[in-house]
Write a protein that binds this ligand. Structure first.
Ligand code: MSP
Length: 642
């Protein structure tokens, strides 16, 4: 067995809200990879964790009426429970709010500053808070974030910047010379064409308009940009820049950083550049898999319980959910999560192919040999050889597929073996052999089937950690742990004859599709009901001070095509200046003299350098229409909405 090392990471998750089945996809895939490498003799380090700082989390906590710390603590707890239920065998779980992480991130920031990679300036531009990412005007899509399609906000604040341009050429060379670095290849082209070719902008790496983050050590007004904070987890968790950096020495560089496609940019551009600045080797592979969506579009928690991984695990078991996620979608491509497809996979692959193979075999061993595993003997038939050969080749084929992260293909290889075993039963018709009294041949057929099932059990372990133990127990190998390992696949025929099998109930009973679909519909409704319950209280609503206002003056803002500056009277001599993103929908004249609604108790902010002391309310729809809300009748400016 080799003593090769393998270091794999998942992205660290935002504990802003509970995770859905799409999030679980990345972690299940990483876990299967980690387990496969462990099985095949590698020393594995598998890191996951949570990305707890930043404006998004701070806002989410405020919305929930909690402190950021309390908010993240609760969700991290939930995430850890989820990983437990999904059998995620991580080696370490890092939280970016831990001291071990924060101290090292500050050291990294200092180092960049000391070596002249950082300078102070002012950031004026767009920001997508859900993605925590900065965008240039030209990168926006219809004015929205090109990654998530949501609204961006204008920031204008003092920031530290990282000189990305200094390392851009070196990164480009690295990408060209290492075709395996960004995978699959379509993601590599996207990085080159969309980000490197047009020229890398310097990156804003600190913020001042909120405080939930790691402080810049030499300038306490600033918190470190959450992506620099988060990406560093891959080395802070290994003890980088600490007295105990053994793990770092052993496992860095990472073999695979795994993630979904929309965050490849951070891992394939910013992260390698930060590493270059630290003088560290780059990860061997950055792999961006596709998105799991729903038929009606993007996945989100608001789609109800049917995307809640814990609800699904509770009904179908973690093995089945893992199998479905890993098998259904070619790893790398986008895929649609469908309850119907999950149920069909369980019925066809797990109940029919695998479950039947095991139960048919065990029933026959019971019936024909009183449950005692027979000795193989006599002349071997052509199909015996075929079965042995395929069994011996399957680990090799699967390893090759796994090395390319073709997880679904690896499982397809394993199912070839399962199907061949089933054909082997049909071809040999053991019931005829029994009737004809061909006991020697019958014994050989049974033995080969049990050995085939053992191979299958061993190779299933990375994907379905629970069920193989049950298989081994049923075929009498409970205490033969050496026959559960990779090395035991080097030779055919290792099950000791004479062992007693212990048949139990079927591994996977067939499900009734209609019943499951009914259940799914019920869950969707349940989810919708819960959402209705997630309404805010009257008390919370009353905190928002919305008043009527009369628009007195309106001007355009230089270099900001979308913005208008309004002077709005709130009565009793009070006038507020508002900046509103409505210039593409209203001319200044059209807005003048309108009776509008204004949120008056928002913290004042500057948009494009212009002070805004409240928010003008407007409605917008998916087709891009926008209408400012106005008030009819004879109501005085400054009247409160209640
Ligand atoms: N916190 C950042 C990652 C920082 S890594 C240094 C983040 N977190 S996340 O919670 O939003 O997402 C975690 C992972 O789940 C990402 O790889 C993300 O792309 C993935 N997915 C989120 N929704 C998904 C689907 N619907 N389908 C597949 N993967 C999904 O991004």
């Amino acid at each position: 067995m080799s003593s090769k090392k393998f270091y794999i990471t998942t992205p660290i998750y935002y504990p802003s809200d509970k995770l859905h089945i799409g999030h679980s996809y990345t972690t299940v895939a990483a876990d299967a990879m980690a387990r496969f490498k462990k099985l095949s003799g590698h020393e594995v380090w598998f890191l996951t964790g949570t990305d707890e700082h930043g404006q998004k989390i701070q806002r989410q906590a405020e919305k929930a009426g909690k402190s950021p710390r309390q908010h993240v603590d609760e969700i991290v707890e939930w995430i850890k429970e989820l990983w437990g239920e999904l059998d995620i065998g991580y080696s370490d779980f890092i939280r970016t709010t831990e001291e071990r992480h924060k101290t090292t991130v500050q050291k990294i920031f200092n180092r960049f500053y000391e070596q002249g990679d950082i300078y102070k300036s002012k950031y004026e531009g767009w920001y997508c808070t859900p993605c925590e990412s900065f965008w240039l005007e030209r990168q926006l899509e219809e004015g929205n974030c090109p990654d998530c399609g949501r609204e961006v906000e204008m920031l204008a604040e003092e920031s530290y910047f990282f000189r990305m341009s200094k390392y851009a050429d070196k990164l480009r060379r690295h990408i060209d010379e290492n075709p395996e670095f960004i995978q699959p290849p379509s993601r590599k082209n996207e990085m080159i064409n969309n980000f490197l070719e047009p020229g890398l902008e310097d990156l804003c790496i600190s913020r001042t308009t909120f405080d939930w983050g790691i402080r810049v050590p030499f300038d306490q007004e600033h918190v470190i940009y959450v992506w620099l904070d988060a990406l560093s987890n891959y080395i802070t968790a290994l003890g980088y820049l600490t007295d105990d950096d053994q793990k770092f020495q052993k496992f860095w560089p990472a073999d695979v950083h795994l993630m979904a496609k929309e965050i490849v940019r951070f891992h394939a551009i910013y992260w390698p550049i930060f590493l270059m600045a630290l003088g560290l080797p780059l990860p061997k592979k950055v792999f961006g898999h596709g998105w799991l969506t729903l038929e009606e579009g993007k996945m989100s928690k608001s789609k109800g319980n049917v995307v809640d991984p814990r609800v699904l695990i509770n009904r179908y078991g973690s093995d089945a959910i893992r199998y479905y996620l890993l098998r259904e979608i070619p790893f790398g491509a986008d895929g649609v999560f469908k309850l119907e497809a999950l149920v069909k996979r369980i019925n066809s692959d797990l109940a029919n192919d695998l479950g039947n193979l095991v139960s048919r075999t065990l029933t026959m061993v019971e019936r024909y040999f009183n449950g005692s595993i027979p000795e193989p003997a006599g002349d071997f038939a052509e199909m015996d050889k075929q079965l042995q050969e395929l069994a011996l080749q399957t680990p090799v084929k699967m390893e090759k597929a796994m090395d390319q992260l073709q997880i679904s293909n690896a499982l397809a290889e394993l199912w070839e073996l399962i199907r061949l075993c089933n054909r082997y039963i049909d071809h040999n018709a053991p019931w005829d052999l029994a009737r004809q009294g061909e006991n020697t041949r019958l014994g050989t057929v049974m033995y080969n089937l049990l050995e085939g099932i053992r191979f299958i059990g061993v190779l299933l372990q990375p994907y379905m950690p629970r069920m193989p133990g049950n298989i081994f127990k049923q075929i009498g190998l409970d205490d033969y742990h050496n026959l559960w390992g990779w090395d035991s696949l080097a030779r055919w025929g290792q099950i000791p004859a004479g062992l007693l099998i212990k048949r139990e109930e079927d591994l996977y009973p067939r499900l009734n599709l209609n019943k499951e679909l009914d259940w799914g519909r019920g869950q969707e409704e349940e989810g919708t009901k819960q959402q209705v319950q997630e309404t805010i209280s009257m008390e919370e609503f009353k905190k928002v001070d919305i008043r009527t206002g009369l628009v007195k003056e309106v001007e355009r803002i230089k270099d900001a095509d979308k913005l208008l500056k309004l002077q709005v009277s709130l009565g009793e001599g009070e006038t507020r200046q508002l900046v509103a993103g409505v210039a593409e929908h209203y001319t200044p004249d059209e807005l003048k003299d309108k009776k509008v609604l204004v949120v008056t108790n928002l913290k004042p902010t500057r948009i494009k350098g212009v002070l805004s002391e409240g928010m003008l309310l407007a409605a917008s729809d998916e087709s891009g229409n926008l209408a400012v809300t106005t008030v009819d009748g004879n109501i005085k400016p400054g009247s409160r909405i209640s």
